[in-house]
Write a protein that binds this ligand. Structure first.
Ligand code: PHE
Length: 357
């Protein structure tokens, strides 16, 4: 082999080696730039820097070179090794360093919007019902939800064998040491009539909104917990016409001046005469639709003139005083007012529903 030839071969080898090293450096730099966590860094260390890593392989190949070439290549390899280690250590330190606040908070990000809670839609309507009656001169009364049989039934002239006392309709409370069927969950707000009349002599003019309970199977129009708003007015000279005027005024204030009301004969032991009353259907305004089963009317509840027997329980002079009372399905009114088709939605507590109001 002539000197020229051997020089030539060796030069080609060295050039190729330098090209490979350039390529290695490019890959190393790119990997280091994109390494974003400790695992990625550890992977790099294993690939490039350990004794069997890619850089070490080049040191082994020094032996293939002409002795005269080795210092030049060796120097380059040492430079690379130092540069790799320095860059690697710098990056490790940067990743390990706890970030200061400037890194953690991007001040240009929009803030977190905290939603405000709001009054439950049903209670919004109950509030409206209350303010209408308050504006008409009624006071607001309340009574317990766990009630005595006496107030829920007996003093309302419901004899012991009355069907609405049936276990199928009423939740009785079993209290140890207390005779059974003495306490129950009130099935209507009418016991507040008795509690009010026990406390006050006439004139009395109150409403009593509240929760009531019945053993009903839940469906779109029934819930075992629902709401009523009782009304009671007792004074001298009160007549059924006053009842009609009160309920008509209320219907028009809640749903608009085109509302009408209708009374049908009914029966309640605590009123005489008794009626069931309806409002113009608020969906079709009386024309007839699915909601009102094409009658144009929506049933609201019962009403009537307070039965003289009830006055006996509260020591009112039934010769001197007369009065009227009504019940009112508050959930029913809220459904009509808000366009809600299933009463259960009021009790599901699904915020997607509640947020709409
Ligand atoms: N309490 C009756 C009911 O729940 C309604 C009613 C109240 C009827 C007042 C007459 C007078 O069905």
């Amino acid at each position: 082999m002539s000197e020229v030839e051997s020089l030539g071969t060796s030069t080609v080898k060295v050039d190729g080696l330098f090209a490979e090293l350039d390529h290695l450096q490019t890959r190393f730099d790119e990997a280091l730039r994109t390494a974003s966590n400790a695992e990625a860094l550890e992977q790099m260390r294993l690939t490039y820097l350990v004794r069997k890593g890619e850089l070490a392989q080049f040191f082994k190949r020094l032996g293939e070179l002409e002795a005269s070439e080795r210092p030049r290549v060796g120097e380059r390899l040492n430079q690379l090794k130092n540069a790799f280690e320095a860059a690697f250590n710098e990056k490790s330190a940067a990743l390990a360093k706890p970030k200061d606040e400037g890194d953690l908070i991007d001040l240009t990000l929009p803030g977190i919007r905290r939603r405000l809670g709001a009054r439950h839609p049903l209670l919004q309507v109950v509030d409206e019902i209350k303010s209408i009656f308050v504006s008409m001169g009624f006071a607001i009364e309340s009574g317990p939800e766990a009630e005595l049989d006496y107030y829920n039934f007996e003093a309302l002239n419901l004899p012991p064998d009355h069907p609405s006392r049936d276990m199928q309709d009423t939740f009785y409370l079993a209290i140890p040491g207390v005779e059974s069927n003495k306490y129950l969950l009130r099935t209507h707000t009418s016991p507040v009539q008795i509690r009010t009349m026990e406390k006050h002599q006439p004139p009395v003019r109150i409403i009593a909104p509240g929760r009531v309970f019945r053993r009903d199977a839940p469906d779109a129009t029934h819930s075992p917990i629902f709401h009523q708003c009782e009304g009671l007015c007792v004074d001298e000279g009160i007549s059924f016409a006053d009842l009609k005027g009160t309920l008509l005024t209320f219907a028009q204030k809640l749903f608009g001046p085109d509302m009408k009301i209708r009374f049908r004969p009914g029966f309640f032991p605590f009123t005489e005469p008794s009626a069931e009353y309806d409002f113009t259907c608020t969906i079709c305004r009386g024309k007839g639709c699915r909601t009102c089963k094409n009658t144009g009317w929506i049933e609201i509840s019962g009403a009537g003139m307070v039965h003289p027997a009830v006055y006996g329980f509260v020591n009112y002079d039934s010769e001197r005083y007369t009065g009227y009372a009504w019940g009112m399905g508050a959930d029913r009114l809220a459904m009509l007012k808000l366009g809600v088709e299933d009463i259960r939605m009021f009790f599901d507590n699904d915020v997607r529903f509640l947020r709409q109001f």
